[in-house]
Design a protein around this ligand. Structure first.
Ligand SMILES: Nc1ncnc2c1ncn2[C@@H]1O[C@H](COP(=O)(O)OP(=O)(O)OP(=O)(O)O)[C@@H](O)[C@H]1O
Length: 521
């Protein structure tokens, strides 16, 4: 790979040999043109980034390449031949593979069983473990074929999906937001693998909102805005800020914050313990935490260390023992989510589709789902639809949710726009305590900045805010204090003033000296 100005042979080839060519692709949905006359090409062995703010049309485009969406107009060629896959099986047959943001794996089965299940023409069972080991060694992706998938980390689960793709020797590998669930170490491993694949001639189409990663990995980037190609650049020679500004067409504002004195204690977790809710869940162990009015506490940790369980214990989806979760001096561990909303405890879980929002319900109905109690959207047992619509509308306006309107179903929103809606719905209820898990997951740079600003503003207005996030930069940007969640245990929170990413990394690994060093901070 050439990062020093000289051009390697591979890089020259990449520039000249086109693998996939897209010409004039157009796809409209009711009320929105998702892709409008999109043309660009991907070279052989090229790592090509697809950039664009939420709703710009990235997923629609890759779904077209993968045979999940039929374009209204335009055409594609693959290695010079006309290419119009009628379904994903046909796309895979032509050498296109895709690793989705959400993994489709069976927890109770082994790695080898999962991989065999997901392949069109799996090798015989006896051979599959050997093939997995071969590919895993060749591409530096450590994975044991006999492990039960439920016991794997998010990074290892992703490797299962990648190895499944690699067993089919793809010519183009599409990756949609692959690093949002990975630790920094896992990101490095993934990037090494992708570079190796590229060196060997596999093309990669890479969707991400993490512009620093794009700069470190990709050879070329195509930028979409409102469904149209608005530019192309060499990410290695373009700053993250320049790329973000090309995406949104305006100048970005960094969130503004003051380190104000925190107020009275609002949320208090005392020796919070709870058994794992299911076989692959995590038990919460003796968690101690106090969050004051005006404070943002950031909780970091590798996925699967108790994040979901902690959100459930706070939101009321999981009940806990007397005195373990206390708000304004009252024990609330036995209250339902609705009873908690009534006293001002709101939460937004990580999974937006199916958990935070019901995919087949409209935005008005989804606004009602959690907003009914605090926004008083019903009277004498009758739903007040006009008021619910107004509430949905105010979320759409305040959080710049790109959608035709309140009667659109949640499913029809792009991932990032649904995320803005879900977070906005909770923030606009002005909760006393807000707990959010991965608040800017899959959200573009401009929208992430506005969500972070809204969380800071909520705290500045006197709320206690708990932000659980795997994005350490996000935590440093908005949290007053930081604690690490590790196998269901929470470290002692430390001030984020002067805290470095390296120190946080050590805390995530359970280095308790670091906790002690910062305990007085
Ligand atoms: N099945 C659908 N029905 C109706 N509208 C849709 C559908 N799928 C996508 N859209 C709309 O098409 C537009 C482009 O969406 P798309 O998911 O391609 O964007 P994206 O760039 O991938 O966004 P994100 O970064 O948020 O994932 C959005 O306005 C979205 O609401």
């Amino acid at each position: 790979m050439c990062y020093n100005g000289r051009t390697s042979d591979r890089e020259r080839d990449r520039a000249t040999v086109t693998l996939l060519d897209l010409r004039g692709l157009t796809k409209a949905y009711p009320g929105v043109v998702a892709n409008s006359d999109v043309s660009f090409s991907i070279g052989e062995g090229e790592i090509h980034a697809l950039l664009g703010e939420n709703g710009a049309g990235k997923s629609t485009l890759v779904k077209t390449i993968y045979g999940l969406v039929r374009p209204d107009a335009g055409d594609m060629t693959l290695a010079g031949q006309p290419f119009s896959p009628s379904d994903p099986r046909a796309a895979r047959g032509s050498g296109i593979a895709m690793v989705f943001q959400h993994f489709s794996l069976f927890d109770a089965l082994t790695v080898a069983e999962n991989i065999a299940l997901g392949m069109d023409n799996p090798p015989p069972r006896k051979q599959i473990a050997g093939r997995i080991r071969e590919v895993s060694e060749k591409y530096g992706l450590p994975l044991d074929p006999d492990m039960i998938v439920g016991d794997l980390s998010a990074g290892e689960r992703q490797r299962v999906e990648i190895i499944r793709c690699l067993l089919q020797s793809p010519r183009l590998l599409i990756m949609d937001e692959p690093t949002s669930v990975l630790t920094p170490q896992e990101v490095n491993i993934l990037f090494e693998t992708l570079r190796l694949l590229s060196e060997q001639g596999t093309s990669i189409l890479y969707i991400s909102h993490k512009l620093d990663e794009i700069r470190a990995l990709c050879h070329r980037a195509t930028i979409l805005r409102l469904g149209k190609v608005v530019g192309e650049c060499d990410p290695r020679a373009t700053t993250s800020r320049e790329m973000a500004e090309m995406m949104v067409g305006t100048v970005l504002q960094a969130p503004q914050r003051d380190y104000a004195e925190a107020g009275a204690e609002i949320l208090c977790l005392k020796n919070l313990s709870a058994p794992a809710p299911h076989q692959f869940g995590t038990a919460l162990k003796n968690i101690e935490l106090t969050v004051r009015a005006g404070e943002v506490v950031g909780i970091g940790g590798v996925a699967g260390n108790g994040q979901d369980e902690l959100v459930a214990a706070l939101s009321g989806e999981m009940r806990t023992g007397e005195g373990m979760v206390v708000v304004d001096g009252a024990s609330i561990g036995g209250l339902t989510p609705n009873a908690r909303r009534k006293i001002g405890v709101c939460a937004a879980p990580e999974e937006r589709n199916g958990h935070a929002a019901a995919p087949d319900m409209t935005l008005t109905e989804n606004a009602l789902l959690t907003g009914n109690t605090r926004m008083v959207l019903s009277k004498n047992g009758m739903l007040d639809w006009a008021k619910a619509r107004d509430f949905a509308d105010s979320i759409i306006n305040a959080f710049d949710v790109r959608t035709p309107g309140t009667e659109t179903t949640a499913r029809a929103l792009s991932g990032g726009n649904l995320q803005k809606f879900v977070i906005g719905r909770e923030i606009l209820q002005k909760p006393k305590v807000l707990v959010v898990n991965q608040p800017t997951w899959g959200v573009d740079a401009a929208a992430a900045a506005s969500i972070r600003q809204a969380l800071l503003d909520l705290a500045a207005g006197g709320s206690a805010v708990v932000v659980i996030s795997q994005d350490l930069d996000e935590i440093l940007e908005i949290a007053d204090r930081f604690a690490a969640l590790n196998e269901g245990r929470l470290s002692k929170p430390v001030s984020t003033k002067g805290l470095s990413i390296e120190e946080i990394g050590l805390m995530l690994g359970g280095a308790h000296d670091m906790e002690a060093a910062h305990a007085q901070a």
